[in-house]
Structure formats: structure tokens, C-alpha cells
Design a protein around this ligand. Structure first.
Ligand code: GLU
Ligand code: ZN
Length: 492
């Protein structure tokens, strides 16, 4: 075991999104690469925005993805509890110590006063931000505000010097002290803010490396300063974690991918039948590369290869097409049995197989799934592609638009000829079916293959796009195939 400790610490608001998973993945891979510890912490101190559904969805998502955590909810660990809503006493205690030590102070400014300050700064072309009004109040001044009944926030006293750190991704980063004003740690109603609880927990949980999105870059100078204060009051062990800020993930049209973009919703991928392996594989490419241009790899391979110096500081573009194509690659890489197992719940939900499937259904799937494996982009499509092989006779239907396009009047002669040829067939096999139809329709009727087989395909599979036709007919058997061809004749 190495001493490396990283954390993934989302707030449970809304639905999990891919940007969040990318952060979790990079931390996970970093920890796994060195045999360190991956801590999962829930930052749920904002009771107005946090929800239990969202908490459940987070745990569910990490489990689905296979991003296992070593410490955290439901797993426990030496630095628990790992839900911040259960640590409020700790934060109150730390805030009191920071006040006592003079690292923080009570600020009595009202929202209106702060607004007025900001307006004035704007007018005078100065950087807006808290101007330190309450930094050095005397006891008398404080008492007077208290007597007035003014609420107070707890504000951190930023040191009057610039902050520089060596970012693991971006190299040396400096913030001038004039850009980092004193900031609020605890609200007027006593609620501790992210600004306090996140570094306090990182310190207490002995986090050694903070890998997180670039959007948090500007909180780093504040946190580094707070760390020094935490060391002074004995909350941290004196070490400040190393920070690495992962590049932005961009969506369509040079904008940051946002929670509102449909392709950012993690659960969409599960519903549509993306494999967790494929989604992680794709997300790994958003800011990291394996080297030697390898773009298809497992999480074990990623963990084995992961090094933070291969993370790029340049924005990464989220490309749903590429993600889908990697999903197709992953689907093709599965064994037939594995693919069947992953498709099965969807077939059962659609009422196409029993749960567990019968021996006959199993046999059909063993033959049918290899026929579609090549062309699947996601698992959801499988239901439409193999459904016609499993459906009960009375429930078989034709896609309306396809039937309309292909089963017009002139199809009748084609279907009739196909039926005659197939009825006479001594042996029911893919090759025999192919031969018989070719000679009856292409040679016999002089049709181009497209016009010869199109009506047969729609009659048999219900669709113009289907798995290979003759194989499908072999799987369906002679009786069902002939029945479908006959009933397609009466469609018009
Ligand atoms: N709860 C914060 C967020 O979800 C964590 C940020 C951090 O990693 O420091 O944005
Ligand atoms: Zn103030």
C-alpha cells in the first residue's frame, strides 16, 4: 500500500453527469496505479439543494461503472463519517478554533452593504471583492453590531501575499493576493460552506492529491491558505495536498459541456445500453492518453498506465459519436455468452423472453446474437434487431413505414414465388434458402437482388434493416417463415 490518498467528493444535487465521472475515474486510476486509497466523500452540507435521490444515484452510478472506493459511504473507513451532513459538529469546532486563533473573523456586513461596495469598485475600475471592512473590529464595535441584532458570517483572513503552487497538470500557477479577498467560511445561519468543509475534510482525511476540474482552480489559493491555518490549529498534520486541475470538457460549439446537455447525463448511457467499460474508456480519453495512440483499453490497463503527467491542460471535446463508436468496439469484443447476458434483461423487459429464458429461447439467442454483434452500437438496439426471432406469432408486426415502402402490389408476385420455392425445399438451411430464393426471384423473375429480397426481408423480420436474412429464416424455421410470407401477401 502506498500513502497516496485521493478523493472523489461530489455534491448530491441533480443527476450524475459525465464530467463528474471523468473526475472520479482519474482519481480512481491514480490511486489504483500506485496502490493508494480512493476515498469517496459526499459533500451534502447544502440542505436546500442536496437530495437523497441524488445520493442514491451517485452510489448506484459508481457501482454500475465499477469504480470501487476504499473508504466512504457504506464501506466505512478510519476517517468517517464520509457524509458531510454527519460531520457538522466537526466543522463548528474548527470554525471556532479558527476564530479563536485569529485566522478568521466575524463579518457583520449586510448584503446591501456588500452590494454597494461591489458597485463602487466596478465604477472605480477596481477588482470587486470583500474589502476587509470587518477585519479588525474592536470588541466594542462587535458588541454594538450584536446588540443591533445583525447576523454575522465567519470570514477567513487571507494572508497579504501572492499564492503560488506547482499544479500537477498546469505547472506553476500564481494568484496575486489582490485577486483573493477574504472569503466566507460559515453562513449567518451557522451553515458551513464548501470553502470550509472541503479543505477541512481533505486535511482530516489526510488527502495527499487533489485532482479535480479546472472550474475549481480559483478556490485553490484560498484552500492552500486555509491549510496553513488548519496546521496551526492542529487540524491538519502540516502537509498540504498537491493539486492537479483536469481540463474542461467542452460540448457542442465551443461551450463547456453543461449539466443541461442531454449527452452529459450519465443515466442516459445506461438506458441506451452503453457498456460501463466503454463509457469509462471514452471518458479516460478526455484529457488523458495512454501513449502510442492506443484508444481502446480496459480500466485495468488504464490503471496500470495512469500517470498524471500524461494529463493535458488543454480543453477536451466531448464527442458522442466517438463514444458510441467505442461502445460498438466494446460490444464486438465481448464473448457471445457475455453479450447475451447483457442483452437478456432488456429482452425480458420487452416480454420477448422469460426470465430466466427457456432452453429454446437460449438456443435462438446463441444463433442470433452473433448475427447482430457486428452492427450493434448499443445494447438497446438489440431488442429491435432480434425481437422478430423471439416474438410470439400473434404479436409479430411489420414496421408500418417499411411495409408501406416495400410490400406494394408488385411485391405479391415476388412473395408468391418465394413461397412456392421454399415449400418445395428438401432441406431448411441458410444455403439452401439462399439458393432457392435466388433462383426463383433473381433468375426466375429477373429481379435485381434488392427488389427480390426486400419484400421477403420485411415479411420475415418486419423491417427493411435486419440481421442477415437467410440465417434468420433458418433460425425461425420453415413453418414460421412461410406463415409470415403468406400473411405479408395480405397486407395491402
Ligand atoms: N463538492 C465539490 C464539487 O462537487 C468538490 C470539489 C472539489 O473536488 O474540491 O464541485
Ligand atoms: Zn464585514
Amino acid at each position: 500500500m502506498s500513502d497516496v490518498r485521493v478523493r472523489f467528493c461530489p455534491s448530491p444535487t441533480g443527476n450524475p453527469h459525465v464530467g463528474m465521472v471523468r473526475t472520479a475515474l482519474f482519481n480512481w486510476a491514480f490511486a489504483r496505479h500506485v496502490g493508494g486509497t480512493f476515498v469517496f466523500r459526499i459533500e451534502d452540507t447544502d440542505s436546500a439543494r442536496d437530495s437523497e435521490e441524488s445520493y442514491d444515484a451517485l452510489l448506484d452510478s459508481l457501482r454500475w461503472l465499477g469504480l470501487t472506493w476504499d473508504e466512504g459511504p457504506e464501506v466505512g473507513g478510519p476517517y468517517g463519517p464520509y457524509r458531510q451532513s454527519q460531520r457538522l459538529d466537526i466543522y463548528a469546532d474548527v470554525a471556532a478554533k479558527l476564530l479563536d486563533g485569529g485566522f478568521a473573523y466575524r463579518c457583520y456586513c449586510t448584503a446591501e452593504e456588500l452590494d454597494a461596495q461591489r458597485e463602487l469598485a466596478k465604477k472605480e475600475n477596481r477588482a470587486p471583492g470583500y474589502e476587509g471592512t470587518c477585519r479588525d473590529l474592536t470588541a466594542d464595535q462587535r458588541n454594538a453590531f450584536e446588540a443591533e441584532g445583525r447576523a454575522s458570517v465567519v470570514r477567513f483572513r487571507m494572508p497579504d501575499r501572492d499564492c503560488t503552487w506547482n499544479d500537477l497538470v498546469r505547472g506553476e500557477v500564481t494568484f496575486g493576493h489582490e485577486h483573493v479577498p477574504d472569503y466566507v467560511l460559515v453562513r449567518g445561519n451557522g451553515e458551513p460552506l464548501y470553502t470550509l468543509v472541503n479543505p477541512v475534510d481533505d486535511a482530516m482525511m489526510r488527502i495527499t492529491h487533489v485532482l479535480r476540474g479546472e472550474d475549481l482552480l480559483s478556490s485553490t489559493p484560498r484552500q492552500i491558505a486555509l491549510y496553513e491555518a488548519l496546521a496551526a490549529i492542529g487540524v491538519s498534520d502540516g502537509t498540504t495536498p498537491l493539486f492537479g486541475h483536469l481540463p474542461y470538457v467542452m460540448g457542442e460549439g465551443n461551450r463547456k459541456l453543461s449539466k443541461r446537455d442531454p449527452e452529459s447525463a450519465l443515466l442516459m448511457y445506461r438506458e441506451e445500453g452503453y457498456l460501463p467499460e466503454a463509457l469509462l474508456n471514452y471518458l479516460a480519453l478526455l484529457g488523458w492518453s495512454m501513449g502510442d495512440d492506443q484508444e481502446f483499453f480496459s480500466m485495468e490497463q488504464m490503471a496500470a498506465a495512469f500517470q498524471i503527467d500524461r494529463v493535458s491542460a488543454n480543453p477536451a471535446r466531448f464527442d458522442l459519436k466517438k463514444c458510441t463508436s467505442i461502445n460498438g468496439d466494446w460490444i464486438r469484443s465481448l464473448s457471445v455468452d457475455d453479450l447475451i447476458a447483457r442483452i437478456m434483461p432488456r429482452l425480458a423487459d420487452a416480454g420477448l423472453v422469460s426470465n430466466p429464458p427457456s432452453v429454446d429461447q437460449q438456443a435462438i439467442l446463441k444463433e442470433a446474437v452473433p448475427l447482430i454483434q457486428e452492427r450493434l452500437e448499443n445494447l438497446k438496439q438489440a431488442v429491435g434487431m432480434v425481437g422478430f426471432l423471439l416474438v410470439q406469432p400473434e404479436e409479430f408486426t411489420l414496421e408500418e413505414a417499411d411495409a408501406k415502402a416495400v410490400l406494394g402490389e408488385d411485391a405479391d408476385e415476388t412473395l408468391a414465388a418465394a413461397i412456392t420455392a421454399l415449400e418445395a425445399l428438401p432441406e431448411w438451411s441458410t444455403d439452401a434458402i439462399h439458393e432457392a430464393l435466388k433462383s426463383a426471384l433473381v433468375e426466375g423473375l429477373g429481379l435485381k437482388p434488392k427488389f427480390a429480397f426486400g419484400p421477403v426481408r420485411v415479411a420475415i423480420t418486419g423491417r427493411r434493416i435486419s440481421p442477415p436474412l437467410f440465417e434468420s429464416m433458418e433460425i425461425l424455421g420453415r413453418d414460421v417463415s412461410l406463415a409470415r410470407l403468406n400473411s405479408a401477401r395480405s397486407v395491402r
